[in-house]
Design a protein around this ligand. Structure first.
Ligand code: PLI
Length: 458
């Protein structure tokens, strides 16, 4: 018999979970104004809100914490991280930041002026927020295939070169400071970008003299998909793929809370010493001195090790296969999901789950609330609430995809947990026609409203 797949690690420490009843959860979520971000984590049984900063570190990473050097300037841990970034990603210069959005804040402070245009592939919400906060405009150039949740296409995160070139041609080129490609494309369903696409985007950017950056939060998962799905790279190692990919770009922003395998941290990495000097000024102002920038020495040491662990094939195979496993179970129960399944999360398609609920009543949020009540499982809405209002018109934006994301923390849950999640979702799906209405908003912030929104059942 062929040996079955098993996790390439064993568990050294456990964290107990608390069980609650359905009646209790109905009260908890009502008291939280139907906003899943307002729930205390101990009231959640399986927490799939995010894979960001929620992973389990390895024994070696924990031992790195003890070796961290907390010197204000010139910390040994900083140089350890600098070496790892050079070795794995190939960048000469880097600045640590306290997380990914802080990296965006620092880099965009250098590069974006009011009226600028920043093309990319479905910019993540903090990326779009930091662009719009500076009076810039994020233009989504994702391929059309990326917006069809039922289409099985291997690289749905790819940038459409025609759309990108149109942006270059239709605007004064000096208004386009850079292009940012997010790997994997989180907002679009954790979908990968092919190396061929990166190469072509890079060539187009060079032709027009526009810089190219990668939002690399999930670069290692993206590299796994390249190895599995892109013929030319099937015999390359993950690290060879990663090195080649970053060789085509000018720099990157990183939320180390994802493929950095740490609970907090981020960085900007780049090739250009002048950009490094300019960004250093903002890093010192917003984050901290250039050799710690908002990170503890020990966390930089754990991150250096995390970059090596996340680019190991065995780890990535386990990681992506667990996400696939949940997707397969949900499909078996008839729950409509976005396909193919992404690298870090399964996205349930709320438009097909609740076809009778209009986007103006937030069907993906409704699904999130019902799933919490059913099983104590917490996902996150990637839909109309997240899309915010148009900053110019003040009108709600109704995105093409209305999704509930079930993001799986790295090395945290077993496949028994995945079975539980799938049954909870199947139970909600069974009674979907008894759920007649969604929500209305009773409070919202002017930007990134999803974190603090208050809702009322209709
Ligand atoms: O949460 P931060 O500030 O460390 O990182 C921001 C960020 C940037 N880019 C991408 C692609 C992200 O996914 C991202 C954060 N993502 C979160 C929090 C998530 O739940 O997906």
């Amino acid at each position: 018999m062929k040996l079955p797949f098993a996790e390439p690690f064993k568990i050294k420490m456990v964290e107990n979970l608390k069980r609650t009843t359905k009646e209790e959860r109905e009260k908890y979520i009502k008291d939280s104004y139907y906003n899943l971000f307002n729930l205390k984590s101990e009231l959640v049984f399986i927490d799939l809100l995010t894979d960001s900063g929620t992973g389990a570190m390895s024994d070696i990473q924990w031992s790195e914490l003890m070796k961290g050097d907390e010197s204000y300037a010139g910390s040994r841990s900083y140089y350890q991280l600098k070496e790892a970034i050079k070795d794995i990603l190939g960048f000469e210069y880097f600045l640590p930041t306290h997380q990914g959005r802080a990296a965006e804040n620092v880099l965009f402070s250098v590069l974006i002026k009011k009226g600028d245009i920043i093309p990319g592939n479905s910019h993540f919400d903090t990326t779009k927020g930091h662009i719009e906060f500076r009076g810039g405009k994020a233009v989504d150039c994702t391929i059309d295939e990326g917006f069809d949740p039922t289409l099985n296409y291997p690289f749905k995160g790819n940038v459409d070169l025609n759309k990108l070139e149109r942006v270059f041609k239709e605007n004064p080129i000096e208004k386009i400071p850079f292009v940012i490609v997010t790997i994997t494309n989180n907002t679009g369903g954790g979908q990968p970008v092919s190396l061929e696409n990166i190469k072509q985007v890079s060539a187009l950017c060079k032709k027009y003299g526009v810089r190219l950056f990668i939002d690399g939060a999930r670069f290692a998962e993206n590299a796994y998909f390249i190895k599995e799905r892109e013929e030319a790279y099937k015999n390359k190692t993950i690290r060879e793929i990663v090195k080649e990919l970053f060789s085509y770009v000018d720099g990157m922003t990183m939320s180390s809370k994802k493929d950095g395998m740490v609970n907090m941290g981020g960085f900007i990495a780049m090739r250009d010493p002048e950009l490094f000097r300019e960004a250093s000024v903002f890093n010192i102002m917003f984050e901290g001195f250039v050799t710690y920038g908002g990170m503890n020495g020990r966390d930089m040491a754990a991150l250096a090790r995390g970059l090596y662990e996340s680019t190991e094939y065995d780890y990535l195979e386990y990681r992506v296969k667990q996400v696939e496993y949940l997707g397969k179970k949900l499909k078996e129960y008839g729950v409509p999901i976005l396909e193919p399944v992404g690298g870090h999360a399964v996205f349930i398609d709320a438009k097909r789950f609740f076809p009778h609920i209009p986007q103006s009543e937030y069907p993906a949020q409704l699904l999130g609330v019902e799933l919490y009540i059913e099983g104590g499982v917490r996902g996150v809405e990637i839909g109309t609430i997240l899309a915010d209002r148009d900053p110019e018109t003040g009108k709600e934006r109704f995105p093409k995809l209305e999704l509930l994301r079930l993001a799986i923390p790295r090395r945290v849950y077993t496949n028994n947990h995945m079975d539980y999640v799938a049954v909870a979702a199947a139970n909600v799906f069974e009674k979907r026609n008894d759920i007649k209405r969604g929500f209305k908003i009773i409070y919202e912030a002017p930007i990134m409203r999803h974190f603090t929104v208050k809702l009322k059942r209709l």
